[in-house]
Design a protein around this ligand. Structure first.
Ligand SMILES: NC(=O)c1ccc[n+]([C@@H]2O[C@H](COP(=O)([O-])OP(=O)(O)OC[C@H]3O[C@@H](n4cnc5c(N)ncnc54)[C@H](O)[C@@H]3O)[C@@H](O)[C@H]2O)c1
Length: 267
Protein backbone atom coordinates (compact mmCIF):
# COMPACT_ATOMS: atom_id res chain seq x y z
CA UNK A 1 0.00 0.00 0.00
CA UNK A 2 2.95 2.38 -0.02
CA UNK A 3 4.85 1.96 -3.27
CA UNK A 4 4.60 5.71 -3.96
CA UNK A 5 3.92 6.93 -0.43
CA UNK A 6 4.64 10.63 0.04
CA UNK A 7 4.96 11.33 -3.68
CA UNK A 8 2.88 13.94 -5.47
CA UNK A 9 1.45 13.25 -8.92
CA UNK A 10 -0.08 15.38 -11.66
CA UNK A 11 -2.28 13.31 -13.96
CA UNK A 12 -3.75 14.87 -17.11
CA UNK A 13 -6.93 13.57 -18.70
CA UNK A 14 -7.67 11.91 -15.37
CA UNK A 15 -11.46 12.24 -15.32
CA UNK A 16 -12.01 8.84 -16.93
CA UNK A 17 -10.34 5.94 -18.69
CA UNK A 18 -6.66 5.18 -18.29
CA UNK A 19 -5.97 8.43 -16.42
CA UNK A 20 -8.68 7.82 -13.83
CA UNK A 21 -7.56 4.22 -13.27
CA UNK A 22 -3.94 5.39 -12.86
CA UNK A 23 -4.97 8.13 -10.42
CA UNK A 24 -6.85 5.58 -8.29
CA UNK A 25 -3.92 3.14 -8.34
CA UNK A 26 -1.32 5.78 -7.41
CA UNK A 27 -3.59 7.09 -4.62
CA UNK A 28 -4.08 3.55 -3.27
CA UNK A 29 -0.31 3.27 -3.05
CA UNK A 30 0.09 6.50 -1.12
CA UNK A 31 0.55 9.31 -3.67
CA UNK A 32 -1.30 12.63 -3.49
CA UNK A 33 -2.88 13.25 -6.86
CA UNK A 34 -3.68 16.46 -8.74
CA UNK A 35 -6.06 15.25 -11.40
CA UNK A 36 -6.72 17.54 -14.36
CA UNK A 37 -9.13 17.34 -17.28
CA UNK A 38 -11.39 19.39 -19.53
CA UNK A 39 -14.35 17.42 -18.11
CA UNK A 40 -15.03 19.15 -14.81
CA UNK A 41 -18.01 17.23 -13.45
CA UNK A 42 -16.55 13.82 -14.21
CA UNK A 43 -13.17 14.90 -12.87
CA UNK A 44 -14.75 16.02 -9.59
CA UNK A 45 -16.55 12.66 -9.34
CA UNK A 46 -13.32 10.72 -9.88
CA UNK A 47 -11.58 12.81 -7.23
CA UNK A 48 -14.49 12.33 -4.79
CA UNK A 49 -14.30 8.54 -5.28
CA UNK A 50 -10.54 8.57 -4.57
CA UNK A 51 -10.98 10.70 -1.44
CA UNK A 52 -13.91 8.57 -0.19
CA UNK A 53 -11.66 5.51 -0.52
CA UNK A 54 -9.11 7.19 1.79
CA UNK A 55 -6.85 8.68 -0.88
CA UNK A 56 -5.69 12.25 -1.30
CA UNK A 57 -6.77 13.93 -4.55
CA UNK A 58 -7.81 17.29 -5.97
CA UNK A 59 -9.18 18.35 -9.35
CA UNK A 60 -8.39 21.24 -11.68
CA UNK A 61 -10.03 22.06 -14.96
CA UNK A 62 -7.18 22.15 -17.45
CA UNK A 63 -6.62 22.21 -21.16
CA UNK A 64 -3.18 20.64 -21.62
CA UNK A 65 -2.69 22.51 -24.90
CA UNK A 66 -2.67 25.87 -23.06
CA UNK A 67 0.62 26.94 -21.51
CA UNK A 68 -0.86 29.45 -19.05
CA UNK A 69 -3.06 26.69 -17.61
CA UNK A 70 -0.02 24.48 -16.99
CA UNK A 71 1.50 27.28 -14.92
CA UNK A 72 -1.72 27.48 -12.88
CA UNK A 73 -1.81 23.69 -12.37
CA UNK A 74 1.79 23.73 -11.12
CA UNK A 75 1.06 26.58 -8.72
CA UNK A 76 -2.06 24.90 -7.37
CA UNK A 77 -0.25 21.58 -6.91
CA UNK A 78 2.56 23.35 -5.09
CA UNK A 79 0.10 25.15 -2.79
CA UNK A 80 -2.12 22.14 -2.13
CA UNK A 81 0.42 19.32 -1.89
CA UNK A 82 3.90 20.93 -1.81
CA UNK A 83 5.45 20.17 -5.22
CA UNK A 84 5.44 17.45 -7.86
CA UNK A 85 7.29 14.13 -8.20
CA UNK A 86 5.28 12.24 -10.83
CA UNK A 87 3.86 13.61 -14.09
CA UNK A 88 1.51 11.37 -16.07
CA UNK A 89 1.00 13.00 -19.47
CA UNK A 90 -2.10 10.99 -20.34
CA UNK A 91 -4.59 13.41 -21.97
CA UNK A 92 -4.99 12.59 -25.62
CA UNK A 93 -7.53 12.45 -28.40
CA UNK A 94 -7.94 9.91 -31.17
CA UNK A 95 -9.74 11.68 -33.96
CA UNK A 96 -8.44 11.04 -37.45
CA UNK A 97 -9.57 10.56 -41.01
CA UNK A 98 -8.11 10.12 -44.47
CA UNK A 99 -5.13 12.34 -45.26
CA UNK A 100 -6.69 13.69 -48.44
CA UNK A 101 -9.87 14.63 -46.57
CA UNK A 102 -8.33 15.94 -43.36
CA UNK A 103 -8.40 19.63 -42.58
CA UNK A 104 -5.15 21.22 -41.48
CA UNK A 105 -7.01 22.65 -38.48
CA UNK A 106 -8.04 19.10 -37.38
CA UNK A 107 -4.43 17.90 -37.68
CA UNK A 108 -3.24 20.90 -35.67
CA UNK A 109 -5.91 20.45 -33.00
CA UNK A 110 -4.86 16.84 -32.41
CA UNK A 111 -1.18 17.81 -32.31
CA UNK A 112 -1.92 20.63 -29.86
CA UNK A 113 -3.19 18.08 -27.33
CA UNK A 114 -1.26 14.89 -28.12
CA UNK A 115 2.12 16.59 -28.63
CA UNK A 116 2.09 20.20 -27.41
CA UNK A 117 0.38 19.09 -24.19
CA UNK A 118 3.09 16.50 -23.51
CA UNK A 119 5.86 19.01 -24.26
CA UNK A 120 4.30 21.68 -22.03
CA UNK A 121 3.86 19.21 -19.19
CA UNK A 122 7.51 18.20 -19.31
CA UNK A 123 8.71 21.80 -19.75
CA UNK A 124 6.87 23.08 -16.70
CA UNK A 125 7.15 20.05 -14.42
CA UNK A 126 10.88 19.37 -14.85
CA UNK A 127 12.03 22.48 -12.91
CA UNK A 128 9.50 21.80 -10.14
CA UNK A 129 10.45 18.10 -9.97
CA UNK A 130 14.15 18.87 -9.63
CA UNK A 131 13.48 20.57 -6.30
CA UNK A 132 12.27 17.30 -4.74
CA UNK A 133 14.02 14.67 -6.85
CA UNK A 134 16.71 13.95 -4.25
CA UNK A 135 14.03 12.78 -1.80
CA UNK A 136 13.51 9.56 -3.77
CA UNK A 137 15.81 6.73 -4.82
CA UNK A 138 14.14 6.84 -8.24
CA UNK A 139 14.11 10.66 -8.45
CA UNK A 140 11.30 12.46 -10.23
CA UNK A 141 9.42 10.56 -12.91
CA UNK A 142 7.60 11.51 -16.09
CA UNK A 143 5.38 8.98 -17.85
CA UNK A 144 4.12 9.85 -21.32
CA UNK A 145 1.21 7.86 -22.68
CA UNK A 146 1.92 6.95 -26.30
CA UNK A 147 0.25 3.97 -28.01
CA UNK A 148 1.01 0.89 -30.07
CA UNK A 149 0.26 3.39 -32.87
CA UNK A 150 3.56 5.04 -31.94
CA UNK A 151 5.20 1.98 -33.56
CA UNK A 152 2.84 1.02 -36.37
CA UNK A 153 0.59 2.79 -38.85
CA UNK A 154 -3.16 2.45 -39.25
CA UNK A 155 -5.49 3.52 -42.04
CA UNK A 156 -7.29 6.75 -41.20
CA UNK A 157 -4.99 7.46 -38.26
CA UNK A 158 -2.07 9.39 -39.76
CA UNK A 159 -2.33 12.31 -37.35
CA UNK A 160 -2.78 10.03 -34.32
CA UNK A 161 0.12 7.76 -35.33
CA UNK A 162 2.35 10.77 -36.02
CA UNK A 163 1.55 12.24 -32.62
CA UNK A 164 2.12 9.00 -30.73
CA UNK A 165 5.36 8.28 -32.63
CA UNK A 166 6.41 11.80 -31.71
CA UNK A 167 5.66 11.20 -28.04
CA UNK A 168 7.66 7.96 -28.15
CA UNK A 169 10.85 9.55 -29.49
CA UNK A 170 10.46 12.84 -27.58
CA UNK A 171 10.37 10.70 -24.43
CA UNK A 172 13.77 9.20 -25.23
CA UNK A 173 15.33 12.60 -25.97
CA UNK A 174 13.91 14.01 -22.72
CA UNK A 175 15.14 10.96 -20.79
CA UNK A 176 18.70 11.45 -22.08
CA UNK A 177 18.60 15.18 -21.39
CA UNK A 178 17.41 14.68 -17.81
CA UNK A 179 19.96 11.92 -17.16
CA UNK A 180 22.98 13.64 -18.73
CA UNK A 181 22.21 17.00 -17.13
CA UNK A 182 22.02 15.25 -13.76
CA UNK A 183 18.41 16.23 -13.10
CA UNK A 184 17.56 12.91 -11.38
CA UNK A 185 14.34 12.65 -13.37
CA UNK A 186 13.36 9.53 -15.32
CA UNK A 187 11.23 9.80 -18.47
CA UNK A 188 9.45 6.78 -19.98
CA UNK A 189 6.60 6.06 -22.35
CA UNK A 190 3.76 3.57 -22.06
CA UNK A 191 2.20 2.05 -25.16
CA UNK A 192 -1.31 0.72 -24.55
CA UNK A 193 -2.88 -1.68 -27.03
CA UNK A 194 -6.66 -1.85 -27.49
CA UNK A 195 -8.07 -0.82 -24.13
CA UNK A 196 -11.68 -0.92 -22.94
CA UNK A 197 -12.25 2.77 -22.13
CA UNK A 198 -14.86 5.44 -22.82
CA UNK A 199 -12.42 6.80 -25.45
CA UNK A 200 -12.52 3.47 -27.29
CA UNK A 201 -16.29 3.23 -26.92
CA UNK A 202 -16.79 6.67 -28.44
CA UNK A 203 -14.58 5.63 -31.39
CA UNK A 204 -16.86 2.58 -31.71
CA UNK A 205 -19.97 4.79 -31.61
CA UNK A 206 -18.47 6.91 -34.41
CA UNK A 207 -17.99 3.75 -36.51
CA UNK A 208 -21.61 2.72 -35.81
CA UNK A 209 -22.81 6.18 -36.85
CA UNK A 210 -20.96 6.21 -40.16
CA UNK A 211 -21.04 2.49 -41.05
CA UNK A 212 -23.68 0.84 -38.83
CA UNK A 213 -23.76 -1.50 -35.83
CA UNK A 214 -22.43 -4.48 -37.73
CA UNK A 215 -19.29 -2.56 -38.72
CA UNK A 216 -18.87 -1.48 -35.09
CA UNK A 217 -19.07 -5.08 -33.86
CA UNK A 218 -16.66 -6.18 -36.61
CA UNK A 219 -14.18 -3.47 -35.59
CA UNK A 220 -14.37 -4.55 -31.96
CA UNK A 221 -13.92 -8.21 -32.89
CA UNK A 222 -10.94 -7.27 -35.11
CA UNK A 223 -9.25 -5.65 -32.14
CA UNK A 224 -9.82 -8.73 -29.98
CA UNK A 225 -8.66 -11.04 -32.79
CA UNK A 226 -5.45 -9.06 -33.26
CA UNK A 227 -4.68 -9.28 -29.52
CA UNK A 228 -2.97 -12.64 -28.81
CA UNK A 229 -4.19 -12.68 -25.19
CA UNK A 230 -7.72 -12.66 -26.67
CA UNK A 231 -9.33 -9.75 -24.88
CA UNK A 232 -9.31 -5.96 -24.79
CA UNK A 233 -7.11 -4.41 -22.13
CA UNK A 234 -8.52 -3.07 -18.88
CA UNK A 235 -7.61 0.41 -17.57
CA UNK A 236 -6.01 -1.24 -14.52
CA UNK A 237 -3.56 -3.05 -16.84
CA UNK A 238 -2.13 0.37 -17.73
CA UNK A 239 -2.47 1.71 -14.17
CA UNK A 240 -0.22 -1.09 -12.92
CA UNK A 241 2.44 -0.11 -15.48
CA UNK A 242 2.16 3.53 -14.44
CA UNK A 243 2.60 2.50 -10.81
CA UNK A 244 5.77 0.55 -11.61
CA UNK A 245 7.37 3.42 -13.54
CA UNK A 246 6.31 5.95 -10.90
CA UNK A 247 7.75 3.89 -8.05
CA UNK A 248 11.35 3.51 -6.93
CA UNK A 249 11.19 -0.10 -8.19
CA UNK A 250 11.91 1.52 -11.58
CA UNK A 251 14.80 3.67 -10.36
CA UNK A 252 17.14 2.39 -13.14
CA UNK A 253 14.49 2.63 -15.87
CA UNK A 254 14.60 5.65 -18.17
CA UNK A 255 14.02 6.25 -21.87
CA UNK A 256 12.20 2.96 -22.19
CA UNK A 257 8.99 1.92 -23.93
CA UNK A 258 6.64 -0.11 -21.77
CA UNK A 259 4.31 -1.87 -24.19
CA UNK A 260 1.12 -3.12 -22.50
CA UNK A 261 -0.91 -4.59 -25.35
CA UNK A 262 -1.73 -8.25 -24.76
CA UNK A 263 0.90 -9.18 -27.34
CA UNK A 264 -0.24 -7.13 -30.37
CA UNK A 265 3.23 -5.83 -31.20
CA UNK A 266 4.94 -9.17 -30.58
CA UNK A 267 3.45 -10.51 -33.81
N1 LIG B 1 -8.04 3.38 -25.04
C1 LIG B 1 -7.13 2.89 -25.85
O1 LIG B 1 -7.35 1.86 -26.49
C2 LIG B 1 -5.80 3.58 -25.98
C3 LIG B 1 -4.79 2.91 -26.69
C4 LIG B 1 -3.56 3.53 -26.83
C5 LIG B 1 -3.31 4.77 -26.28
N2 LIG B 1 -4.30 5.40 -25.62
C6 LIG B 1 -4.00 6.72 -25.07
O2 LIG B 1 -4.23 6.73 -23.69
C7 LIG B 1 -4.63 8.04 -23.26
C8 LIG B 1 -5.94 7.94 -22.50
O3 LIG B 1 -6.88 7.29 -23.33
P1 LIG B 1 -8.33 6.85 -22.82
O4 LIG B 1 -8.73 5.70 -23.68
O5 LIG B 1 -8.36 6.72 -21.35
O6 LIG B 1 -9.17 8.11 -23.32
P2 LIG B 1 -10.51 8.76 -22.75
O7 LIG B 1 -11.07 9.55 -23.88
O8 LIG B 1 -11.38 7.74 -22.10
O9 LIG B 1 -9.94 9.75 -21.63
C9 LIG B 1 -9.11 10.82 -21.99
C10 LIG B 1 -9.38 11.99 -21.09
O10 LIG B 1 -8.56 13.08 -21.56
C11 LIG B 1 -9.32 14.26 -21.48
N3 LIG B 1 -8.80 15.27 -22.40
C12 LIG B 1 -8.88 15.30 -23.74
N4 LIG B 1 -8.29 16.42 -24.21
C13 LIG B 1 -7.81 17.09 -23.14
C14 LIG B 1 -7.10 18.31 -22.97
N5 LIG B 1 -6.77 19.09 -24.02
N6 LIG B 1 -6.75 18.70 -21.73
C15 LIG B 1 -7.09 17.93 -20.67
N7 LIG B 1 -7.77 16.77 -20.75
C16 LIG B 1 -8.12 16.37 -21.99
C17 LIG B 1 -10.74 13.84 -21.83
O11 LIG B 1 -11.69 14.78 -21.37
C18 LIG B 1 -10.84 12.48 -21.16
O12 LIG B 1 -11.37 12.57 -19.86
C19 LIG B 1 -4.70 8.89 -24.53
O13 LIG B 1 -3.51 9.61 -24.67
C20 LIG B 1 -4.85 7.85 -25.62
O14 LIG B 1 -4.39 8.32 -26.87
C21 LIG B 1 -5.53 4.84 -25.44
Amino acid sequence: MDRVAGKIAIITGGARGLGAASAKRLAEEGAAVMLTDLREELGQQTVAAINEAGGKAAFMKHDTAKEDQWIEVLQATQTQFGGVDILLNNAGIGTGGRIDKMKLSDWQHLMSINMDGVFLGMKHCIPAMRERASKWEGGGTIINISSIMGFIGAVGSTSYCASKGGVRIATKAAALECAKLGFNIRVNSIHPGYMETEGLQSAMRAIAKTSGDEAKEAARQDMINSTPIGRLGKPKDIANGVLFLASDDASFVTGTELVIDGGVLAQ
